[in-house]
Every structure is written in C-alpha cells, then in structure tokens.
Design a protein around this ligand. Structure first.
Ligand code: SF4
Length: 219
C-alpha cells in the first residue's frame, strides 16, 4: 500500500490497538473499513496467545456502519483531521459551509453547462449519507446539468448543518458543565482500571509470571 514507506508504525500501531482491545476483552469494535486489517491482526494475536497459554481473550469482531468508509473533502484520502480534509462535528454552520465549498467534485465537470457524473463525485457520496431523501433528484439534476456544483454544495452544507445540530447542541451543553465531564471521565477510568487489573492478573497466571502478591521481602 505504501511500498516507499514501510516503517515500524505499520506493525506497531495495530499491536498497540490490539493491547487496547484485549486489555478490556473487547468483543465488538466499531471501526471504519480501513481498520479491518488491523483487527485481523488483533484476532491473530489473541488466537496465538490463547493457543499458547489457554483461553483469556475473545476474538474481537468488527462493527461497521452503513458507511464504513468516508472520503475527505479532497475526494482522495479518507476523511481525517490529519489530512485536513475533514468537517469537525462541532464546527459552526459558517465553518461547515466554508469547508464544503472547498470540496472536490466530479473532475470532468469543468463548466456549469457540462453534465456531471454523480458516481464520480465525492459531494454526491456525502449526499447519500446526509441527504438520502433527495439523492435521486440530485443525481438526475447533475447528469442533465440542471444543478451546478455550487448549488449542490449549498444543499449538502445545509444537510450537514442540520444533521450535526443535535451533536453541536449536546457538545455545547457538556462544555458548559466541565465538572460533570471530568466526573464521567474519572468514573470511566476507574471502571476501565479495574477490568485491566483483572485481565493482567489472569494473563500473569496463565503465563506463570510472578504476581505482585508473590513478591514478599525475605525475613
Ligand atoms: S452537481 Fe453535485 S453531484 Fe454533480 S458533480 Fe457537482 S457537486 Fe457533484
């Protein structure tokens, strides 16, 4: 996939991801399509551990959504903050409009009068998710050049704004209660820590490693 840049991160990252899943005995992991090979490696690692030392870890299964991969506004890479081709869930309506206007469309549609190819357009892919009730109408208007890309993007921006509104509101409400957020995080960390300690204890027992309780000072 990237023969010019084969580095440690390609294996180190999925191993780290496996640790994060296995430590809590995760059985179902919500991921995007691009993460499936990582999850396959995670299953391989836990299978290997279980066969060498006895069963401890369930094999994690992927949980994909109806839109398992979303391309970014560049229409090339997956949508990601790292590629700066994303739309923040918490973005303001104005920011969403501005971001959508920068998005790439069907590259062969150079003039407003050119018919478009919705199947080759990333804006149209996003319409499938954000404007499902109007996709057929938009596809037909695009193919016959009855709608221009600027107007099509305006429709998309409006849909994204209204789809993300509940999340924006919820986020704003939580941001106004930092004490509550800290408490939720602390509670989650406590629960996670208890599970992690139990799993580590089980792993050490299966591997016949010394436990802390075994380390009594002589005399
Ligand atoms: S009209 Fe819409 S679907 Fe068609 S090429 Fe332009 S942005 Fe894409």
């Amino acid at each position: 996939m990237q023969p010019h840049n084969v580095n440690y991160g390609l294996v180190g990252y999925p191993v780290l991801m496996t640790a994060d899943i296995a430590l809590y005995k995760g059985e179902v992991v919500p991921v995007g399509e691009d993460q499936l090979p990582h999850l396959e490696l995670a299953r391989e690692i836990v299978r290997r551990f279980n066969s060498l030392f006895g069963f401890v870890f369930p094999e994690p299964q992927a949980k994909l959504t109806n839109f398992p991969s979303v391309l970014g506004l560049d229409g090339i890479q997956k949508m990601s903050k790292s590629y700066d081709n994303h739309i923040e869930i918490a973005a303001s309506p104005q920011e969403i409009r501005e971001r959508v206007m920068t998005a790439f469309t069907d590259p062969s549609r150079r003039y407003r009068s050119d018919p478009g190819r919705p199947e080759a357009c990333n804006i149209f892919r996003l319409h499938n998710f954000f404007t499902p009730a109007r996709v057929e109408e938009i596809a037909s208007e695009c193919r016959s050049a009855r709608i221009g890309c600027v107007d099509c993007k305006k429709v998309l921006a409006k849909s994204i704004i209204s789809n993300l509104e509940p999340f924006r509101e919820r986020r704003a409400s939580l941001a106004s209660k930092p004490g509550y957020v800290t408490q939720v995080l602390a509670d989650g960390a406590d629960r996670a820590e208890a599970i992690a300690k139990e799993t580590i204890g089980e792993v050490k027992e299966k591997m016949k490693l010394l436990q802390r309780a075994d380390l009594k000072r002589p005399g």
